[in-house]
Design a protein around this ligand. Structure first.
Ligand code: FE2
Length: 210
């Protein structure tokens, strides 16, 4: 528990120092209300990490001093995390999200209603990984969303506009139902992700060309 608790505290510290607007601040304030205590912790059974090589590669590329503490905590804690592949869990059946995404993603929840180590009825906080050369199609969801890009090299687009590369250490806030897509290139993508509310609602694919 201690390792995950430390990691969540480092994530909160980073957001506290770096979020810029009221919407982002609101997510962080909600995050701070989750009790990081024994009574609220479930020790999840550790299983094989599905995409361990990509995870180790991603971690090895994080170099910024501002992410040093988060990176260090992830290194210590990742083998104790409950990693899952999203095989459609967050999407309706036949959503059109595509095999590239389904085969190339992995996530672990530190906080969450079902799979989180620390329990919250609504809020989810975790790590999200994409393998190299994956197009994660344009999609939207009711939950507002805060991302912290830990790695370099991933491109994002919002509302179908041009692709833009986001640097390691950058924070992205998606308003509810804002359409967004990502694509990785030669490096895997590793990020912290948070849905503060409406986190059990499914994502909707918005088909567009890569
Ligand atoms: Fe999203």
């Amino acid at each position: 528990m201690i390792l995950l608790q430390k990691l969540v505290i480092e994530i909160i510290n980073f957001f506290d120092q770096n979020v810029k607007n009221a919407s982002e601040r609101d997510v962080v304030d909600r995050l701070k209300t989750v009790p990081l205590r024994h009574e609220n912790f479930v020790s999840l059974k550790v299983k094989k990490i599905p995409k361990e090589r990509a995870l180790e590669k991603a971690l090895s590329t994080i170099s910024g001093s501002s992410l040093k503490n988060i990176r260090g905590c992830i290194y210590k804690a990742y083998s104790e995390m409950h990693w899952n592949i999203d095989s459609g869990l967050f999407y309706e059946k036949d959503s059109g999200i595509g095999q590239q995404y389904l085969n190339g993603n992995m996530h672990a929840e530190f906080i969450g209603p079902e799979n989180g180590a620390f329990k919250s009825d609504e809020l989810r906080l975790g790590l999200f990984l994409l393998e190299p050369n994956i197009f994660y199609p344009d999609h939207k969801h009711e939950a507002p969303e805060l991302y912290l890009n830990l790695t370099n090299g991933t491109e994002w687009r919002f509302e179908g506009m041009r692709w833009q590369e986001k640097d390691s250490g950058s924070i992205i806030y998606n308003e509810p139902f804002c359409v967004h897509a990502m694509k990785t290139n030669r490096l895997p993508f590793l990020s912290v992700w948070c849905w503060p509310n409406n986190s059990t609602k499914k994502c909707i694919v918005v088909p567009q060309r890569p």
